[in-house]
Design a protein around this ligand. Sequence first.
Ligand code: G6P
Length: 366
Amino acid sequence: GAAELGPYRHYMQKEIFEQPRVIGDTLEGVTGVMPELFGDGAYAVFKKIDRVLILACGTSYYAGLTAKYWIESVAKVPVNVEIASEYRYRDSVPHPDTLVVTISQSGETADTLAALKHARSLGMTHTLTICNVSTSAMVRECQLAYITRAGVEVGVASTKAFTTQLAALFLLTLTLAQVNGRLTDAEEAEHLKMMRHLPVALSSVLALEPQVIAWAEEFARKENALFLGRGIHYPIALEGALKLKEISYIHAEAYPAGELKHGPLALVTEEMPVVTIAPNDALLEKLKSNMQEVRARGGQLYVFADVDSRITSGDGLHVIRLPEHYGLLSPILHVAALQLLAYHTALARGTDVDKPRNLAKSVTVE
Ligand code: G6P
């Protein structure tokens, strides 16, 4: 009811603003990287496996894609990420030394549960879930679990469940790195410090809301949008486009920026807003030349840059600066800005934000 919403207009908005707290809750008690945080016997399992298979649907699948970048770069363990409804029905090549990781807010998604059982039927018995509901079927079915503490998520479009999944997956990354001897004590301390600072960093991103509202008013008049990201921010571009589709009904597509020239550039006109995630990382210079390709065709760029990315607003180029560059954890900050953009665009269009047409919070049938 209205009392529960407090100062917020919708549950989705409330849940976006709860993120600093629930990320803190999810990482509460994590005083160091310890395999047993994932359950009894986790060390032995992590020691045995030499690859990871992530299974999930929807927003949880995008959390998995982000984790692939983290795990391969930090822990050096190969990762496959599969959409559960595809994996369960295709012929794949199983390997017994695989850690099967399911990611699910509800823990009841039929396709993800079936994909897990399929993996097990192929002889893959090492299973871990990153899940928000401790009493769910998924937690019962998996050998190991890390429970995110997002709390009840009411909005159909997932927000706080996603960022808490990312926090848990980053912890998994560090744990796999440690077990494989790829994490020095100094690195561990530095990563933990960044994780502990996440709630503060995220709050300063949420404080950008007024600037995002100004963009949303322009977005509300569009029927199409492109989202660009590179590297670890490509899954975040996918999630930003999904949020916009789900609640504003604007057709949105995400591309890794380097693919622009292989197709989507044909769609770029003055009518096309192009949302670009532009953190100050190793790919920034390449991204800038992708942005130039959009500008040359009259496309309107809406860039989420970092405090120190040297990009300045100009004709056809709008910039919102995130307060700090956050290295490996940057996706958690950038996605919050995209959640706000989708939310305020939907609000301006007057859609039913918390209950978008045709969608369900949890899909427990196939
Ligand atoms: C539905 C929800 C999405 C969610 C997906 C997977 O489609 O609307 O928000 O990402 O299911 O749900 P799960 O509970 O498994 O994360």
